[in-house]
Design a protein around this ligand. Structure first.
Ligand SMILES: CC(=O)N[C@@H](CC(=O)O)C(=O)NC[C@H](CC1(C(=O)N[C@@H](Cc2ccc(O)cc2)C(=O)O)CCCC1)C(=O)O
Ligand SMILES: [Zn+2]
Length: 591
């Protein structure tokens, strides 16, 4: 037999040495493009992407020649089966050439990356629309920004989206999947993923419904009955965010105890003359305090930590990059000195820590145990980094004691980020899975998007939408073809990790007061997991950190229990209707 296990090992060695070079060149070329968007850099990146596809196809087709089931070594079997998925490289050359313009794709992400169209939110018309969505309390102005962005970007994506679906599904079928949604879900190595996430969503729904009902009442008090229907969905433009995926910007409108507002950490950071570099050093300090790895000199030399001032056009969506040579790791972020950006840097540094921990594995295993693990690492550290005790320790808060009411205020601000995000994180790929499997046809893309936004988020568009619009395209990850269910999954996982790491750190007391800073035990638990990359099935990896093999919402519910109790009491006191029985989206102002 020609292709035995010994040959397979030599084949994998050959792959290893060539892949490091090909992937490194692709990442370099892509980095050069997104940090200096010019046609020349785009051409160079497309060339390197083509070379990467040829390399993937060469090894992917040959990986099928091995009778994997007869092999003994589990690593060899796992590596060969992963190589067999060649993603878009399976497409015929002409369609592969067409792909970049169509398969937007996140340039550096693990999966088949393609340059995004540079559809960045700011600067748009010289304004930062996200800033307006977060700070304006004038609903006409909010409507202008909300509609302006969708008219400018959503429509542009619509033109190629149908072709994108066709090419994606063709590539998926050539790899043996029924459609691209099935190929995306295969990253979780589970044939019950759709049901599992639906179950997780149902467990979290009561928490979201109570938050939605309470926030609707607060918005009713501020904007009045002509805009807010207490028995209906909330208009999507008054939640403080372009996609209403995070409501933390309207904390001032919904604060449970307004006489005890949380301290303004951003103001304190600016008062202490924080600079972007110090924000990255702060995040690094947290990871090294756990006994985890520090970043190499290349990180500080090569990262882009601020928007360039030399006129270059850059892609400002924050991201973390692995250059697959075991030394070069970078973050690209247009950092502003705010608490939101500090916490987002913790998230990005979580990606970097994962890259550092698994850098000695085969390139094939240099990804998270599943995509949600990659997202959860940085987010779980953020839960401690944003805790009262940590901010106090780092001199970012002055008030020592936090009474019960202040604690509810803080839990509310965290829930406006995390709990508000639950239905959005769930529906983005619910929509795309249905588009890929044909349940949602092109003629009703926008109507079906809003059906999901109504059903899961309890939102309405502020003005009538038609099939001439394409509102899903206004979300970066959809225009950049970046899968999203990882963020829903990570939301649950990060609290499960947090509970396990807090236990390991010897924390006693409420989960939301836990801060694992300086805990070498917690760090060791995390390190043992990160080092594995994707070399083992993720339930095994989950068990190493939490002792369980199943994802559970218990920890998240425990964390928010004090807030849920307060919300239920508050909603009962007002005789509120949970949900939106008046499900119609009324647009006439006079009602
Ligand atoms: C080369 C490359 O692409 N690398 C990948 C990582 C990898 O594949 O290794 C990467 O860097 N992706 C970028 C993405 C950026 C952010 C994001 O897009 N977040 C989502 C969802 C969300 C929302 C709230 C929240 O608290 C956490 C997440 C959104 O904003 O909608 C921006 C804000 C935070 C994370 C990221 O870091 O996940
Ligand atoms: Zn991330």
């Amino acid at each position: 037999e020609l292709y035995n296990e010994t040959v397979a090992k030599a084949f994998l060695q050959f792959y290893e040495h060539t892949a490091q070079v090909v992937w490194n060149q692709f990442m370099e070329a892509t980095w050069n493009y997104v940090t200096n968007i010019t046609n020349k850099n785009r051409e160079e990146m497309l060339l390197k992407d083509m070379e990467r596809s040829q390399h993937t196809l060469y090894f992917g087709t040959r990986a099928h020649l091995f009778k994997i089931d007869d092999f003994q070594d589990p690593d060899v079997k796992r590596m060969l089966s992963k190589l067999q998925n060649v993603y878009k490289a399976a497409l015929p050359k002409d369609e592969l050439q067409e792909a970049p313009a169509v398969l937007a794709g996140r340039a550096g992400a693990r999966a088949e990356g393609q340059p995004e169209r540079g559809l960045t939110l700011a600067p748009f018309l010289g304004l930062d629309l996200e800033e307006i969505m977060a700070t304006s309390r004038d609903q006409e102005e909010l409507l202008w920004a909300w509609q302006g962005w969708r008219d400018a970007v959503g429509l542009q994506v619509r033109m190629t989206f149908e072709r994108y679906v066709q090419l994606s599904n063709k590539a998926a079928k050539l790899n043996g999947y029924k459609d691209m949604g099935a190929m995306w879900r295969s990253a979780y190595e589970s044939d019950t993923l759709e049901r599992d996430v639906e179950q997780l969503y149902e467990e979290l729904q009561p928490l979201y419904l109570n938050l939605h009902t309470y926030v609707r009442r607060a918005l009713y008090r501020f904007y009045g009955p002509q805009l807010i229907n207490l028995r209906g969905p909330i208009p999507a433009h008054v939640l403080g965010n372009m996609w209403a995926q995070s409501w933390v910007s309207i904390l001032d409108l919904v604060l449970p105890f307004p006489e005890k507002p949380p301290e303004d950490v951003t103001r304190i950071m600016r008062g202490q003359h924080w600079k972007p570099k110090k924000m990255f050093q702060e995040a690094e300090k947290f990871f090294t305090s756990l006994g985890l790895l520090s970043t190499p000199p290349e990180f500080w030399k090569n990262s882009m930590m601020e928007r360039p001032t030399d006129g270059r056009e850059v892609e400002c969506h924050a991201s973390a990059w692995d250059f697959y040579n075991g030394e070069d790791f970078r973050i690209k972020k247009c950092t502003e000195v705010t608490i939101e950006d500090l916490l987002s840097i913790f998230h990005q540094m979580g990606h970097i820590q994962y890259f550092l921990q698994y850098k000695n594995l085969s390139v094939i295993f240099r990804t998270g145990a599943n995509p949600a693990f990659e997202e959860a690492v940085g987010s779980v550290i953020t839960l401690s980094a944003s805790s009262h005790s940590q901010l106090l320790t780092r001199g970012l808060l002055s008030r020592q004691h936090q009474d019960e009411e202040e604690e509810v205020n803080v839990l509310m601000s965290i829930a406006l980020e995390m709990v508000a995000f639950i239905p959005f994180a769930y529906l983005v790929d619910l929509f795309r899975w249905k588009v890929f499997d044909g349940t949602i046809q092109k003629a009703v893309y926008n109507q079906e998007w809003w059906n999901l936004r109504l059903k899961y988020q309890g939102l309405c568009p502020p003005i009538p939408r038609t099939e001439d619009d394409f509102d899903p395209g206004a979300k970066f990850h959809i225009s950049a073809s970046m899968p999203y269910i990882r963020y829903f999954f990570s939301l649950v996982l990060q609290f499960q990790f947090h509970e396990a790491l807090c236990k390991a750190s010897g924390h006693v007391g409420p989960l939301h007061r836990c801060n694992i800073y300086n805990s070498k035990n917690a760090g060791k638990l995390l390190e043992d997991v990160l080092k594995l990359g994707s070399s083992k099935p993720w339930p095994e990896v989950l068990q190493k950190i939490t002792g369980e093999t199943k994802v559970s919402t218990k920890a998240l519910m425990t964390y928010f229990k004090p807030l849920l109790n307060w919300l239920v009491t508050e909603n009962v006191r007002h005789g509120e209707i949970l949900g939106w029985p008046d499900f119609s989206c009324t647009f006439d102002k006079e009602t």
